[in-house]
Design a protein around this ligand. Structure first.
Ligand code: SMG
Ligand code: MG
Length: 368
């Protein structure tokens, strides 16, 4: 399909509740909505880079620059048959995986619409609904955290992830475990510890956690290897895994036993699916991470999580957990068994609420 035009829109959407991690607190979420136009069809994509470089070095502004000055010019007017073509055309740009993944997502949507196939079926998905959990930010006090967790359990979430940071770790997680002895529970430190300070996390090993996510720095596979050797609980890597190669090396050096897959972090669905296959072949569990996506990225995450090796619940919650008003007409609901349905319609299977896009718009630019 010849790419005739591409539009990028920087959006800022208020969150239902503030979200606090070890690197900061946000009350709204920025993203870039991509639209690519070909043969009378529009493909939508979401670039998940946030306003600040807290989770990764990419921000909505670096992604804007890379998309506008490099990635979009690389595909405009060219004939693309699939995501492999897209990946080949942007391969000269080093890094910036979130910018690349946003563009690739829009292409998947476009091609799915042209071929009348859902993203899930194009990727080789095997599930019509996927198990999900909720990621709970750091609260004022451990008691407040227990209350918030209780509310999510009442909503029907059967897996809880608690964000931790130095000083707000063992006490918080211990309080949640004491209140709910049998729930599926895991923690995420977003790189807030060193090998030395992670010593204090040792009591987590007694709390029957599914996993400890990204305790150490993102560029520190080796110390994760040393830490994993000290813990019975599996370490799961998120920020450290930016490619299939990183995933293979992390597994070879036993730096983790589980991998969180986010298409945005690894440069696209193609690489996300490839990391899934690598892990599936080795019997290593994977799950789908989240970046507080709008309905656009949420649809893509559900399709990715429908692949057979996604054996742990994803950070994919219902729309109402994040946004009162979303930019998709479709709202994703939690089923009573803590699952969300995988979209069936062609491409991402979503349609855009243009009024909402206008309301949240910071700036837009079209290129043809
Ligand atoms: O989408 O439910 C969601 C958020 C899940 O905790 C979540 N994401 O490190 O896994 C992670 C964080 C990254 C985003 S923090 C703003
Ligand atoms: Mg994480």
């Amino acid at each position: 399909m010849i790419i005739e035009a591409v539009k990028i829109s920087h959006l800022r959407m208020p969150l239902v509740l503030p979200f606090e991690t070890s690197f900061g607190r946000i009350t709204s979420r920025d993203c870039i909505l991509l639209e690519i136009f070909s043969e009378g069809l529009t493909g939508y994509g979401e670039c998940v880079a946030d306003r600040d470089p807290g989770y990764s070095y990419e921000t909505v502004n670096t992604a804007w620059h890379i998309l506008k000055d490099y990635l979009i010019p690389a595909v405009l007017g060219r004939n693309l048959h699939d995501a492999d073509d897209c990946q080949a055309m942007v391969a000269n740009v080093r890094g910036h995986p979130m910018a690349k993944a946003g563009l690739e997502m829009a292409l998947w949507d476009l091609i799915g619409k042209a071929q009348s196939r859902s993203l899930s079926s194009m990727l080789g998905g095997v599930r019509t609904k996927v198990e999900v959990g909720v990621s709970v930010g750091i609260q004022e006090t451990p008691q407040e955290l227990v209350k918030v967790v209780e509310r999510y359990l009442q909503d029907g979430y059967q897996r809880i992830k608690v964000k931790i940071k130095p000083g707000r770790d063992v006490g918080d997680v211990g309080a949640v475990r004491a209140a709910f002895p049998s729930i599926r529970l895991q923690v995420d430190a977003n790189s807030a510890y060193t090998l030395a300070t992670a010593e204090r996390l040792k009591p987590l090993d007694g709390l029957d956690l599914l996993l400890i996510e990204q305790p150490l720095a993102e560029d520190d596979l080796w110390d994760h290897h040393k830490l994993q050797a000290q813990f019975a609980t599996p370490i799961c890597l998120d920020e450290s895994i930016l490619s299939v190669r990183h995933a293979r090396q992390a597994l070879e050096m036993a730096a983790c036993r589980i991998i969180n897959i986010k298409a945005g972090r690894v440069g696209g669905m193609n690489q996300g699916a490839a990391i899934h296959s690598l892990c599936h072949n080795k019997g290593v569990p994977v799950w789908c991470g989240g970046m507080l996506e709008t309905g656009v990225g949420r649809a893509a995450n559900l399709a990715l999580a429908s692949l057979p090796g996604f054996s742990l619940p994803g950070d994919i919650s219902a729309t109402e957990r994040y946004y009162q008003e979303d930019i998709t007409n479709e709202r994703f609901q939690l089923n009573s068994d803590s699952t969300i349905n995988v979209p069936k319609a062609p491409g991402l299977g979503i349609s855009i609420n243009e009024k909402a896009v206008k309301r949240f718009l910071v700036k837009a630019e079209s290129m043809s």
